[in-house]
Design a protein around this ligand. Sequence first.
Ligand code: SF4
Ligand code: SF4
Length: 205
Amino acid sequence: MSDFQNPVAGFGVTFKAMFKKRLTEQYPEVKKPTAPRFHGRHQLNRHPDGLEKCVGCELCAWACPADAIYVEGADNTDEERYSPGERYGRVYQINYLRCILCGLCVEACPTRALTMTNEYELADRTRESLIYTKEELLAGLEEGMVDSPHAIYPGMDEQDYYRGLVTEAAPGTQRQVAVSKGEVPPGGAAPVAGDEELRQKGVQS
Ligand code: SF4
Ligand code: SF4
């Protein structure tokens, strides 16, 4: 190519690019939807009555190649029950400064307590704000759920929860929780027979 043709060829590339479809994304004003199975922020799931699925087994922490998960399990008691079985995750943290969103922890979880959401906005200015706590990771309450701790569904055991036999919180669970905390039950209803017993014993399974 001659010295004269070189710049012309260069401008040719620019000229062609002017008619190509623009790929610029106007983030954060316009957020592009992710693929349905995108690996985003984690979530700790609940059973349909609001009890937690995590049993504090630490398998997710052992599976993590980046050492990003910290779990401390603890025993449930009749007075304070967070999950249907013997143990629950008392402390649960994921460090998003380390996490590479690979999903190995989700594969390792035996109870499907841990899954990933489509949320990808995980940037912040401080280390503390990027270490997500159990309270931040725990799924919100859906219809029919009552926040843990509360009693297991009467007549059901842990296996029944995994068989899908529990579909919502047992009638009166909200009242049990409020009474055991010494709070006014939902709707401000007047005390009924058995409330005092519940308050003294706490919420029992
Ligand atoms: S997604 Fe991968 S790196 Fe992140 S916590 Fe799970 S196993 Fe660890
Ligand atoms: S999230 Fe799953 S694997 Fe991790 S501690 Fe809880 S039950 Fe175990």
